[in-house]
Design a protein. Sequence first.
Length: 150
Amino acid sequence: MSTLTACCDGNATVDLNLSAIDMGGLVGVWGPGNFDSDTVADGLGALTGRIVDDITAEFEDDSSLEPDEWGGEMVPAWLEILTDIAQTKRVGVTFPSTQVLIDWRDRYLRVWDGYIDELEPDEDHKVARRAVLVHTFEQAVALAAEREQA
């Protein structure tokens, strides 16, 4: 199966199936796998699109990105889930552009760095947690760049 990564609005990419074949009259089905149909590709796009929307919503206000807030905890977790899904290269996955991810990374880390000391964390935890956050965003940025070059 071959795919084309198409850019929809400059903010996200979507993988489109280019080799769907007729599987015994099943139009939009290109194989026996759980993810080998237009219906599932649409569903996967909707699921990953909701994750992107949830992350985007947390960036509406910097205070929601603080390390002890819902968004501060959920943004990196959602981003890791989204990256894990996108790394499968399944048809239909929605993923942010490299530039969006760089903007998210820079803003998130700026908020985190500016607030974390107020929580008085153990220094070792603070260093280790920041390394995990940087790694999470860098993995996503690298994947977005790879998808945009495909």
